[in-house]
Design a binder for this molecule. Structure first.
Ligand SMILES: NC(=O)c1ccc[n+]([C@@H]2O[C@H](COP(=O)([O-])OP(=O)(O)OC[C@H]3O[C@@H](n4cnc5c(N)ncnc54)[C@H](OP(=O)(O)O)[C@@H]3O)[C@@H](O)[C@H]2O)c1
Length: 276
């Protein structure tokens, strides 16, 4: 008998992640959903159960703007499931003004970059090595530019665009770096640009930016296609450490291939969690 595969997903209560969650349940995955809103998770669970009455869906409360919440959620995941076959770290936000989390870290940096790094490190022990388990991060084509190491949180001069751009560049750099590390061998790592998608991402933007998403964004179903492609294909058919857009490996900026920068970022991100 084939064993049921287990997927853990963040950002499934809205947009692209919601479509991915639906597809996973339809494909027979057992799902663990991590989200900050109990109400949205209950609604999602109810929808998913209607799609597949045999589906196993566990929801776990997890606010990525709190390290305590992230660590507690990861512990609960571990207690619920000894094995994770698919880890989809998709949740993200785009702030248009400076906001600090309860951990006193700029919110975009924490939710989009630090949270996936911490979750990956906490959950990797539950991922079987050499059996095709995958980690999929959500990046963006807006990953241009460099990492602002002298002021990672843009405290001196905040720009929501710069903070978002940097967080997505960080995810891309670390996807490549993780795939090259001996310590993290046995899994495969991918990051995705979903395209411009009409979701709730621009919720805190002004009406103009929101209208751009609405007018020019594709549907969440279309936006989820590259994630679904990566989920569907075996690790042998894919390239670990790569950035995928429109269902294929896509060339990115030369800076985003710099593994010295990636390693520096890995340490800088981990240093932020010390004493928290
Ligand atoms: N839309 C685009 O054009 C586009 C383009 C490139 C990349 N992306 C990336 O795609 C990913 C999914 O975004 P989306 O477009 O689907 O946007 P979305 O509809 O706003 O969905 C974002 C998801 O992240 C969750 N989230 C945000 N902050 C959180 C927190 N503190 N704790 C826990 N969960 C949190 C949200 O939870 P709630 O439901 O509770 O708010 C929601 O489930 C993001 O990483 C985004 O940066 C999007």
């Amino acid at each position: 008998m084939t064993k049921t595969k287990i997927a853990v997903i963040t950002g499934a209560t809205s947009g692209i992640g919601k479509v991915i969650a639906h597809e996973l349940v339809m494909c027979g995955y057992s799902l663990i959903v991590l989200g900050r809103s109990e109400k949205k998770m209950a609604a999602l669970k109810s929808d998913l159960s209607k799609k597949n009455v045999h589906a196993s869906i566990k929801t776990i409360s997890c606010d990525l703007s709190s390290l305590k919440s992230i660590l507690e959620a990861c512990e609960q995941v571990g207690a619920h499931s000894a094995q994770i076959d698919l880890l989809i770290l998709n949740a993200g936000l785009w702030n248009f003004e400076f906001k600090e989390t309860i951990d006193e870290i700029e919110e975009t940096l924490q939710v989009n970059l630090l949270a996936p790094v911490v979750m990956f490190q906490r959950l990797i022990a539950n991922m079987p090595k050499g059996e095709g388990a995958k980690v999929i991060f959500t990046s963006s084509a807006l990953h241009q530019g460099t990492i602002n190491f002298s002021d990672l949180e843009f405290r001196k001069k905040f720009s929501g665009f710069q903070a978002y751009r940097q967080s997505k560049l960080g995810i891309l750099l670390l996807t490549r770096w993780l795939a090259k590390q001996e310590a993290f061998e046995g899994l495969s790592y991918y990051c995705v640009h979903p395209g411009m998608v009409n979701t709730e991402l621009g919720r805190s933007a002004g009406w103009f930016s929101r209208s751009i998403f609405k007018l020019f964004g594709k549907s969440p179903s279309k936006g989820a296609q590259t994630h679904l492609y990566l989920i569907d294909r075996s690790a042998e058919e894919l390239t670990s450490g790569e950035y995928y857009a429109n269902r294929r490996v896509t060339r990115t900026t030369s800076y985003s291939y710099d593994m010295v920068v990636a390693e520096q970022l890995w340490h800088a991100i981990n240093a932020l969690t010390v004493d928290k």
